[in-house]
Design a protein around this ligand. Structure first.
Ligand code: ADP
Length: 659
């Protein structure tokens, strides 16, 4: 079968559209040989249609697949498939397809005996299709409508429909339409017992004399066989039947052979030739099994059971009915299982879709979760960083505070220690002061008193014994002088002790008055030495007058004292304002000061290199230093530019009381 081979090849590979067309053609062609094979191809075609995805492809595939279901007696599936196909056909906007599917759908409905629904379906489709319809398809549709009307015994309407179809087919000169229309018209007229008309129709369906018959003529011949047989024209009937069977056999068409043999059985049954009828049915059954068409097999088994019952072979009749029952059960089971399988597939698909949707949703949620988690993590990280920075800052601040605190504490401790030390020093000082006071008192009274007694008695002794030897007199004079010196030392020590004790209250002291007083006290010395004293404008300061007087006294006395013999002492006392106070100066033209010992001369008991040459105990400048200090000032000495010495005293404007 070359066309089949090439179709199989086309169905196996190549562009989708070509494979699809080949698969559908294969399904249609296999219908006459094996409905199972047809169904396999139809299913493949249907799958490909889903892949192609157009409503048109789906409608076309549904039509072919529905037909194979129908052939297998899977009517529920068939009807559903056709109905789906019809919907796709509407979507495709292809009126031809709509008509086609409407036809198929109608056929399926007729199987359920629902001719009315089928007819109304077809009429609707025809109305949609008619305005732009292809005449061939229109005619094909009319055949189906007419057939339904025939089934509903609306013969007038059916004749009218077929006449319209016939007019179309004549115009088209298409035997594919014309022959079935004429067959149907003939059948109606035959039923209505209009024999002439019936025969005219049948004859018109056959080719003119001399032209060959084809498969297309088999139905006509079959109708003629029935027509003649029913009217007792057996030879004419047999001739028609044989012609038809020869055609079916030569084309190898199992479908026709099965149908022809079945019709022969029916005819023989009507003629009450039951044995021959059963043989015809059996032969038909064989082809039916080849085709694997359970609904027809069931029909044949039933007919065989009837036939055997007529013969009186009840055992055979029973076997046939059992066979019928078995097929019925199988068909039912197969239909159910197929239906269930399909439902399962659909359910699974839906489940899968749901699963995919769920997974997608989950993924979305997961993504949201991930983003959310990331955001939360980012937030936490930020918060942690912020917290950490705060923590670090806090730590640092704490550390800094702790350090500062420690420093403060350390300073406090130091201060405390210092204050303790100061307190201790103060206490010590107070003790020293106290001791000094005691000492001063002791010195002034207890020490000077016996000295005075010694001096007085020595002087008395000297006066009373003036005649004694000169040597004794000198010794006594030395002793008296020693006692006097000792008294002088005691007095100086007393001055020194007093100098640190802030004698009297602090008050505003005019330094010019102080210096004048000192000069008055020293008038004899000044006169003796013919000293010249220059006194500048001195300030008024807030201080201890007695102490300041002692200071100036010592300084002026030293200036007189350390003036070489024969030189007239010249003393200049001056003052100038400096930042925060005054700078006083006492300058002389004396022996001057060795710069190396300039600082040492202020230490107590420090005296010049030749102590004998000058009277003194080395306390004068120490007293001056203490007086300057208790006024918050200082004192130092320098060699004067023109010879002599210059003593500088720096005093604050508002003297602070030093410890
Ligand atoms: P003293 O009781 O010896 O005068 P001072 O304390 O007054 O003791 O003086 C200490 C020493 O400073 C003196 O011995 C002397 O060497 C030196 N000195 C004090 N004043 C003068 C001065 N005006 N010129 C030179 N040297 C002086």
């Amino acid at each position: 079968m070359p066309p089949l081979d090439s179709l199989r090849l086309a169905a196996a590979s190549g562009p989708e559209e070509d494979r699809f067309a080949a698969l559908l053609q294969l399904a249609e062609m296999y219908h006459a040989y094996s409905v199972d094979s047809a169904m396999t191809y139809a299913r493949q075609g249907y799958d490909l249609a889903l892949l192609i995805g157009t409503p048109r492809a789906k409608a076309m595939a549904s039509d072919v697949l529905g037909k194979t279901y129908f052939g297998k007696g899977l009517y529920i599936l068939a009807r559903k498939t056709f109905a789906d196909g019809l919907q796709s056909a509407f979507q495709s906007n292809d009126s031809l397809l709509v008509a086609h599917l409407a036809n198929s759908n109608a056929v399926a409905l007729t199987r359920d005996g629902n001719y009315e629904a089928a007819l109304s379906n077809l009429l609707t489709a025809a109305r949609i299709f008619e305005p732009q319809g292809d005449p061939y398809q229109m005619a094909a549709m009319k055949i189906n409508i007419g057939s339904l009307q025939m089934s509903l015994r609306r013969y007038d309407a059916a004749i009218q429909t077929f006449e319209q179809a016939l007019a179309l087919s004549r115009r088209l000169q298409n035997d594919m339409i014309r022959i079935p229309v004429l067959n149907n018209l003939g059948s109606i007229y035959s039923t209505l017992d209009q024999q002439e008309r019936a025969l005219l129709s049948f004859r018109e369906a056959l080719p003119p004399e001399g032209e060959p018959l084809t498969d297309l003529h088999i139905p006509t011949l079959l109708n003629l066989y029935s027509f003649y047989t029913q009217r007792g024209q057996i030879p004419e009937g047999e001739r028609a039947y044989n012609q038809a069977y020869t055609l079916a056999e030569s084309s190898g068409n199992n479908g026709w052979r099965q149908q022809l043999l079945q019709r022969r059985g029916d005819m023989l049954f009507e003629l009450r030739q039951y044995v021959r009828a059963s043989e015809a049915y059996f032969a038909s059954l064989n082809f039916c099994r080849m085709l694997n068409q359970p609904p027809i097999e069931m029909e044949l088994q039933q007919k065989l059971a009837d036939t055997y019952a007529r013969i009186g072979d009840y055992r055979q009749a029973y076997d046939r009915l059992q066979a019928y029952q078995r097929i019925n059960t199988e068909l039912y089971t197969e239909a159910s299982s197929l239906h269930i399988a399909e439902m399962e597939t659909r359910y699974e698909l839906e489940e899968k879709e749901r699963e995919i949707a769920r997974l997608q949703e989950e993924e979305r949620i997961q993504q949201i979760k991930v983003y959310g988690a990331l955001l939360v993590a980012a937030f936490f990280i930020t918060a942690l960083v912020a917290l950490y920075s705060r923590f670090v800052l806090k730590q640092r601040a704490h550390a800094l505070l702790a350090t500062q605190h420690a420093e403060i504490q350390h300073k406090n401790e130091l201060l405390e220690t210092q204050s303790h030390a100061i307190q201790a020093q103060n206490a010590e000082l107070m003790q020293v002061n106290e001791d000094l006071k005691l000492f001063a008192r002791a010195a002034s009274h207890d020490l000077r008193e016996p000295l005075r007694t010694i001096r007085k008695h020595l002087q008395l002794f000297l006066r009373n014994n003036a005649t004694e030897s000169l040597a004794s007199t000198d010794s006594l004079a030395f002793a008296i002088d020693g006692a006097a010196r000792m008294d002088h030392i005691v007095l100086r020590l007393l001055d020194y002790a007093r100098a640190g004790r802030r004698q009297g209250d602090r008050q505003l002291v005019r330094l010019n008055a102080v210096v004048d007083g000192v000069l008055r006290d020293l008038w004899r010395q000044l006169q003796d030495t013919q000293a010249e004293v220059e006194i500048g404008q001195l300030p008024e300061i807030y201080g201890y007058e007695v102490d300041l007087r002692l200071m100036f006294q010592n300084l002026i006395q030293n200036a007189l004292k350390f003036c070489p013999p024969g030189r007239k002492p010249h003393i200049a006392i001056a003052s100038r304002a400096v930042e925060g106070g005054f700078l006083l100066s006492v300058a002389d033209n004396g022996i001057g000061i060795d710069p190396q010992s300039a600082s040492k001369i202020f230490e107590p008991f420090h005296r010049s290199a030749s102590p004998d040459s000058h009277e003194g105990v080395g306390l004068g400048l120490a007293i001056c230093k203490r007086v300057a200090e208790i006024h918050g000032g200082s004192i130092w000495a320098e060699p004067a530019p023109g010879g002599g010495s210059i003593f500088w005293i720096r005093l604050p404007a508002t003297p602070e009381v030093a410890g």
